[in-house]
Design a protein around this ligand. Structure first.
Ligand code: SAH
Ligand code: SF4
Length: 351
């Protein structure tokens, strides 16, 4: 609590260079910054008090000059099977975000937020229903991962994957999202391989193009949900600005330039986008692309009357894609009992 109230920048907002500069200004040698970086990102220390290899004076100065925590756990829920754990976190600004830890076989996946709320307004999404409150800083994104990593390390486990699929649209907060990934990727620090991150975007075409140009090794998922503009305009309002005629070529260019497989996300909504008209249109739209389709039955939310597709409809949809040679998986709705769908816990809490 004291940390959250203390003044100064959040330490996780600093790059290694920033930290080096700050310590040099205090007359500290360059190796001191590396030492602190190592404490934070390797040893997963969460405050200067824990950095017993530093002098008491330096620990005190660090504590006075930086904040070491911006997130306060307000609530946590564990799914009945115990595999999915969801944290509702309060930011210093009073906003709330969600961070989810999913355990599946050997995978330990952190699902993190990039914004409080979201401006994109997808009607079926609990986060979309609340509108954009604010962007998270890179440090606030980083801290979510550290929080889960520390928790797992107590059980002698570690994270294997990080997905930017919590609250918010990562490409609407592009710089902070990619800076957070770069900071966690640093081999001198947290050392989390780029290929173990996945960014999910609603389809902001200029940012997909930028991401392609920058040649990141990070995985890309695009939330499609509809294969015709008429339907996508309704489910994903940003489609009116970046219709499929722009989105799909941007995805094809990404695949060609990076030689990486792209993932398409599709929330199956009973009677809306789960029929043969859409599966056939989708198969045509993405034919020949190195891709994978994830079908996820919709998690119902308070602000939207649609329901998740039945198993039978999901299988029929998948079979259409499979017959056309498109790799496709039906994802089980992990943690539905704890509203693990994006934004749902925060919505419940604020009621
Ligand atoms: N804004 C980004 C990432 C966050 S949303 C995006 O839209 O891709 C992460 C995923 O959850 C997206 O594929 C989104 O469409 C999906 N989603 C949102 N609400 C959902 C719900 N109620 N049921 C199932 N999936 C949902
Ligand atoms: Fe935003 Fe993604 Fe939700 Fe759409 S689905 S409102 S882009 S968080």
């Amino acid at each position: 609590m004291r940390d959250a109230l203390s003044e100064g920048p959040l330490i996780y907002d600093l790059s290694m260079e920033d930290l080096t500069t700050a310590l040099a200004a205090w007359g500290e040698p360059a190796y001191r910054a590396r030492q602190i970086w190592h404490s934070l990102y390797r040893q997963l220390r969460s405050s200067p008090e824990e950095m017993s290899d530093l002098s008491i004076a330096l620990r005190g100065r660090l504590a006075q000059s930086f904040r070491f925590s911006s997130l306060t756990a307000l609530d946590s829920l564990r799914s009945k099977d115990g595999e999915t754990e969801k944290l509702l976190l309060g930011l210093a600004s009073g906003h709330q975000i969600e961070t989810v830890l999913m355990r599946y076989e050997r995978r330990r996946t952190a699902c993190i937020s990039t914004q409080a709320g979201c401006a994109m307004g997808c009607p079926f999404c609990a986060t979309g229903q609340m509108g954009l409150q604010r962007n998270l800083s890179s440090g606030e994104i980083v801290e979510q991962v550290l929080l889960l990593a520390r928790r797992l390390s107590q059980e002698e486990e570690h994270l294997t994957n990080v997905v930017l699929m919590g609250m918010g649209e990562p490409f609407h907060n592009y710089e902070a999202s990619l800076q957070a990934i770069a900071r966690l990727n640093d081999p001198q620090g947290f050392g989390f391989g780029a290929r173990r991150f996945t960014i999910s975007t609603v389809g902001l075409v200029p940012m997909i193009e930028r991401f392609t140009r920058e040649r990141h090794q990070v995985n890309l998922a695009v939330s499609l949900h509809a294969a015709t503009d008429e339907l996508r305009d309704r489910l994903v309002p940003i489609n009116r600005r970046y219709p499929l005629s722009r989105l799909i070529p941007a995805c094809r260019t990404y695949v060609e330039h990076t030689r990486r497989r792209i993932t398409f996300e599709w929330a199956l909504i009973q009677g809306v986008n789960d029929g043969a008209d859409q599966s056939q249109a989708l198969a045509k739209l993405i034919a020949g692309m190195n891709c994978h389709v994830n079908l996820i039955p919709l998690n119902p939310t308070r602000g939207y009357e649609g329901q998740g597709a039945t198993r039978a409809r999901a299988e029929a949809f998948r079979d259409v894609l499979k017959r056309r040679g498109i790799p496709c998986t039906i994802r089980v709705r992990r943690g539905v009992d704890i509203q693990a769908g994006c934004g749902q816990l925060a919505t419940e809490h604020s009621r």
